[in-house]
Design a protein around this ligand. Structure first.
Ligand code: 5CA
Ligand code: ZN
Length: 409
């Protein structure tokens, strides 16, 4: 699949700091010191009801990761998937009486437009589940042949008990795992499974549903977790730097992915850091497609909201926090954008050299975007109150905000 166009990232004077980020698996902070090329996999959308503010907030967090790395003069190898075949997508297509392929294409196109408008850096490899099937089948065969997978009425399940590290990404209790498995696409109640938590690797073809040639697996379609493992291993290899997504992916998705990869390669964990963004809610509930309580990026854009203001609204919350989308959050962002634009439109101003370092320090400290915004606010307030004589300052502030926060002033 093609991704979306990249906005240019201005180079800043000096060099940024290495990223220290919270890792879900260890519960602590890790300093990621990748070599000249940093590798990141971010779980992409299931293309229906895209792009809501929860999606946007999560992609914003991983865009910041890349901007910090680019500022350290590293290259970034970024991979993202599109879950363009899965139960919820098919269910939605049936509900709406539309073709599932058309639904996925339309929503993916909308997501690309939203990402472009929000100046999110595109992945180098943007891969759909359907196009990944030829790479998924041999992995499932390998797991089955190694005894890490088994057949149940034609479906192939992964055996979580095959992985000695199972549970070490989420560190959740057995009870919580069981509860979340049922809630998030698993089938713990299905009779005949070795362990209720075992996830499907390959689903045998069902009447009226799309299916593909699975070689020795028979016709069918891939499970959700193996999709991301196959794409990640193909384009990044084991031991990449970050696997990212929202906190609702901690279990089962990233837990199962790490287990699949462990059983395939003997190595654990698949990613050096498991990084998770908090959930964005609306009216006291998680914003989600199934609940239907959604605020869409495209809707706000159509209403004339500047994408830079949407981006500032996302940045005003720490990525790990759960937070609520409200009209006030957006209004505050619109006002902040106006203040910043007015401040950088003057021919000179107070020196911004310290500001560049403050923004760098804030972001390298577990992506503390609110602290970065506060630093820019202070410069803008000083500019408004006293002004200054540094002719390079307004330009430097603009470039800093663009390069590190993805906001065009
Ligand atoms: N296709 C899978 C990942 S392989 C999937 O979870 N798709 S999704 O469309 O449901 O979500 C896309 C991303 O947005 C995921 O990282 C998910 O964790 C995140 N996300 C979904 N809802 C919210 C929310 N309310 N707040 C923050 N992030 C969210
Ligand atoms: Zn994924």
């Amino acid at each position: 699949m093609h991704a979306w166009p990249a906005s240019e990232v201005p180079a800043l004077p000096g060099k940024g700091r290495d990223l220290r980020i919270h890792d879900t698996a260890t519960g602590g902070r890790v300093t990621l010191a990748p070599g000249p090329v940093a590798r990141i996999y971010v779980c992409g959308i299931t293309p229906y009801d895209a792009t809501h503010m929860g999606h946007a907030a999560t992609y914003n967090a991983f865009d910041l990761v890349q901007r910090v790395w680019l500022d350290t003069k590293r290259q970034v190898l970024y991979v993202q998937n599109v879950t363009d075949v899965d139960d919820p997508l098919l269910e939605r297509a049936i509900r709406d009486g539309i073709d599932w392929v058309g639904l996925a294409e339309r929503e993916t196109a909308l997501f690309r437009e939203d990402m472009t408008a929000l100046r999110m850096l595109p992945p180098q490899h943007y891969i759909g589940a359907v196009e990944a099937i030829p790479g998924i089948v041999p992995l499932v065969e390998q797991l089955r042949d190694a005894g890490a997978a088994y057949e149940l009425d034609g479906d192939i399940y992964f055996s979580v008990d095959a992985d000695p590290h199972f549970g070490q990404v989420s560190n959740y209790s057995a009870e919580l795992m069981r509860h979340l498995s049922a809630e998030r696409g698993g089938d713990p109640e299905r009779p005949g499974k070795k362990n209720p938590l075992d996830p499907m690797l390959w689903m045998a073809a069902r009447q009226g549903e799309p299916s593909w040639d699975g070689g020795s697996l028979g016709a069918g379609r891939p499970g959700w977790h193996i999709e991301c493992v196959a794409i990640a291993l193909d384009h990044l290899g084991m031991g990449f730097d970050v696997q990212g997504g929202g906190s609702d992916l901690i279990f089962p998705h990233h837990e199962m992915g790490a287990s699949h990869a462990q059983s395939l390669t003997g190595e654990f964990p698949m990613a050096k850091a498991y990084v998770h963004a908090g959930m964005v809610g609306l009216d006291g509930e998680k914003m989600s497609k199934s609940r239907g309580n959604l605020v869409f990026v495209s809707r706000l854009r159509r209403d004339g909201v500047d994408p830079a203001a949407i981006r500032l609204a996302l940045l005003s919350h720490h990525y790990r926090a759960d937070w609520e989308w409200t009209d006030q959050v957006l209004q505050d962002a619109v006002e902040r954008l106006d203040r910043w634009r007015a401040a950088v439109s003057r021919p000179d101003g107070p020196s911004a050299d310290a500001l560049v370092e403050e923004v760098r320090e804030a972001l390298s400290d577990d992506l503390d975007a609110p602290a970065a915004l506060a630093a820019v606010d202070r410069w803008a307030a000083l500019q408004t109150a006293e002004g200054g004589t540094d002719e390079s300052a307004p330009g430097l502030v603009s470039r800093t905000v663009d390069a590190l926060l993805g906001v065009a002033l």
